[in-house]
Design a protein around this ligand. Structure first.
Ligand code: ADP
Length: 733
């Protein structure tokens, strides 16, 4: 190769190397530039990181300080919690899910005093084993293993009721154990020793109080017997004396004796009833009864006082409400006597109005009966009204005790109404009057049957002096469609009768004038077709009414709605209508004619050991045509039963030797042995305590009458039970 070629080759190589160098230098400077940029950002980052590290360092020390503080607080809280748990006298422990004790306070561990093994870490079942081995708990009649199983069953049950345990030293503990959400069992052992001791003391005190109450009731029963027996003599004898010939002064004395005796008996009854209710021993005895008659009976008894005071007592009995109900008539009568009696007592002028309304229930026979007693008396101040149904509450004025009373009546009435599933209330304005009302639930026995009368039955005349009977009759007759006129004078009566269909007359009118100028006879001869209905007082016998022959009917006052309806339906004037109406409903029925062999007197045996009571009894039935024999004790009664063969026996209960209950048992046995028919035996007692009647009847007696004996009750028994073959006791003696 030529030298120039070599040189140009070298030049070209040098130039290429120079170009490469320049390129590399440029790359190097780029790299340097990037390096310095990277170094710059690195140093920035380092600065930032340094700052962050600095910050974190600060935070860390804060966290450490907080942690230290929190730790301290936890320690304090834990110490406080344990101090508290240690301070309470009740036991506290916690078990984990595997039934291992985690913690327990000293009270929990106390029963295991000295047993170091009972400490955190122990299993629940081991605690139970130790309890059995050491006899720590009184396990009663259970065998130890059975007791442990019961405790374990309880421990694993989904729900645990608190359990009371008695420890060996007499301490009573109540275990309350509850499982927490994470499965731990939190246990409390409450020391209930004081509560149990208190409860035991209370129980003993209650037993003592109940015993004292029973003793008081027994004392009251005895007292009632002791007081009622002589009172029987006093009241009955006074009643008999009043029937005889007395001058005015003597009658006053006798009436006072009778009234005082009856007042005393009312007080005794109030006190007895109150004590019965107080001892929750008063029960109701439902039986079929006539509500209207019950109200009228109460009103009749109060009539003499009403007349004496010159006030008006009236009754408004819902025409569309039945009067036959199922209930306790004696207790209802007691409520009515109290409310109506109070109304009369606290009213000196104006009126007392008794209203009875029936609201049929869902089933038609269930009635809610609402009775209100309204008066125009002294009224009750507002501030007293809320307390008036409490016991011993009386509104006293400055004259204090102007009115007699025990202050128990309304409290008894309230409690009786509540027993009858009802409510009692009061509205009153001082100086204007009061209205006491109550409602009770009563099932009706039958629905009202109205008399079969034509649409316009005609004119009815009321010649009645008694305002109450007049107003009751007037309202009823008007409701039945009658045109009603009232009259008092006899001349006016004769005139008004010209176009009347029915005349209601007081029996007292018979007594006016001689037979020739008797207004009723005159009326009968002037109007032979008129229906003449005679109203007589309850106790008067038909045979004793001088004008019985000229009357179409004789009714006792107050006239019950059913009786009035029946009487009106049977009057000749309406007979056609009634027959027509009834013929469709009922085919005619023929009754067997009665041909009794009436040739002997009704035989009545009265067993009574007390001479006064025997005398009272014989006087009470003196007007009856009966064959009466007495037995002085139970033994004589049994003998007389065999040889006298009584139709009816009145049996005193408390008699020496053989008492009335035993005598009845013996008579019932004789009847069984000898195949004799059952003779009705009526108990006569002075007992009036709860359960007495039931107890007496359980010995085979049929009825229970309390003393003092009431003529009407004795008469009712005798007349009802007279056998067909005997002469009626009311026939002429
Ligand atoms: P008491 O035997 O005293 O009549 P009650 O419990 O029957 O006892 O009545 C309590 C009191 O309520 C009566 O003493 C009387 O002050 C008042 N009271 C009751 N009924 C009436 C009434 N109709 N008018 C005014 N005050 C009455």
């Amino acid at each position: 190769m030529k030298i120039e070629d070599i040189l140009s080759q070298e030049r070209r190589a040098r130039m290429a190397a120079e170009r490469l160098l320049a390129q590399k230098q440029a790359e190097l400077s780029d790299a340097n530039r990037m390096l310095s940029q990277h170094a710059l950002s690195l140093s920035d980052e380092i600065t930032e990181t340094r700052e962050v590290v600095k910050e974190i360092k600060g935070e860390n020390s804060q966290v450490r300080a907080d942690l230290e503080k929190a730790n301290k607080e936890v320690v304090i809280a834990k110490r406080r919690l344990w101090d508290s748990l240690e301070t309470i006298e009740d036991g506290f422990a916690v078990f984990d899910q595997t039934d291992r004790m985690i913690a327990a306070n000293s009270a929990y561990l106390k029963p295991f005093d000295g047993l170091g093994c009972v400490a955190p870490g122990i299993q629940y079942v081991d605690i139970l084993n130790i309890v059995i081995e050491e006899g720590i708990v009184d396990i009663g009649d259970l065998r130890p293993l059975a007791w442990r199983d019961t405790m374990l069953d309880r421990w694993y049950a989904p729900r645990r009721d608190p359990l009371n345990l008695r420890l060996w030293d007499g301490t009573h503990i109540q275990l309350v154990d509850r499982r927490s959400r994470d499965g731990d069992m939190v246990c409390l052992g409450l020391n209930i020793t004081e509560t149990v001791t208190y409860q035991t003391e209370l129980k003993e005190a209650r037993i003592r109080a109940e015993a004292a109450n029973r003793a008081k009731s027994a004392f009251l029963a005895n007292m009632s017997h002791e007081i009622r027996t002589p009172m029987n003599g006093v009241v009955s004898m006074a009643e008999l004396m009043a029937e005889g010939d007395l001058d005015e002064e003597q009658r006053l004395y006798v009436d006072t004796i009778r009234k005082s005796g009856e007042a005393l008996l009312t007080i005794i009854n109030d006190v007895l009833d109150y004590s019965k209710i107080e001892a929750a021993k008063l029960t109701l005895h439902p039986e079929p009864f006539d509500l209207e008659k019950t109200i009228l009976d109460v009103i009749t008894i109060l009539q003499p006082t009403v007349q004496e005071k010159g006030i008006q007592l009236s009754i408004d009995f819902d025409l569309f409400m039945p009067s036959g109900f199922m209930g306790d008539p004696i207790r209802l009568r007691q409520i009515l006597t109290n409310l109506i009696g109070n109304a009369v007592k606290f009213t000196s002028e104006g009126h007392v109005l008794v209203r009875a309304i029936g609201i049929p229930g869902v089933k038609n026979e269930d009635y809610r009966v609402l009775i209100s007693v309204e008066d125009s008396g002294i009224g009750i101040p507002k501030q007293m009204q809320a307390h008036i149904f409490g016991e011993f509450n009386q509104v006293e004025d400055e004259q204090n005790r102007r009115y007699e009373g025990t202050g128990l009546g309304l409290s008894i009435a309230r409690q009786l109404v509540e027993l009858m599933d009802g409510e009692i209330w009061l509205e009153s304005k001082e100086g204007v009057g009061s209205c006491f009302g109550f409602n009770i639930a009563l099932p009706a026995l039958e629905q009202v049957v109205e008399p079969a009368l034509p649409d316009n039955p005609g004119k009815a005349i009321l010649a009645l002096s008694d305002g109450l009977n007049k107003s009751i009759l007037e309202r009823r007759l008007k409701a039945l469609g009658f045109v009603v006129e009232t009259t008092t004078g006899t001349a006016e009566l004769l005139k008004k009768c010209a176009d009347a269909k029915v005349v209601f007359v007081d029996e007292a009118l018979c007594a006016i004038g001689s037979p020739d100028e008797d207004p009723l006879r005159a009326l009968r001869s002037a109007h032979p077709d008129i229906e003449l209905i005679l109203l007589t007082p309850p106790q008067k016998r038909e045979a004793d009414c001088s004008c019985v022959a000229i009357a179409s009917h004789i009714l006792h006052t107050p006239v019950l709605r059913n009786i009035l309806f029946e009487t009106l339906s049977s009057l000749n004037s309406y007979a056609q209508t009634t027959e027509d109406m009834e013929a469709d409903a009922h085919p005619p029925q023929f009754e067997e004619p009665l041909t009794p062999n009436q040739n002997r007197l009704m035989r009545i045996l009265a067993a009574e050991d007390n001479k006064t009571n025997r005398l009272v009894f014989s006087k009470l039935v003196k007007s009856l045509n009966i064959d009466l024999r007495f037995a002085n004790n139970g033994l004589e009664a049994v003998e007389a039963f065999l040889d006298f063969k009584p139709d009816l026996i009145f049996m005193d209960i408390s008699m020496p030797e053989v008492d009335g209950k035993e005598a009845t048992r013996r008579i019932r046995l004789l009847e069984q042995d000898q195949g004799l028919p059952r003779t009705r035996i009526v108990a006569l007692t002075a007992h009036a305590m709860p359960g007495d009647a039931e107890e007496i009847l359980s010995h085979g007696l049929d009825k229970h009458l309390t003393k003092p004996l009431r003529k009407s009750a004795i008469f009712e028994e005798i007349l009802r039970n007279c056998p067909q073959e005997a002469i009626s006791p009311q026939d002429e003696v």
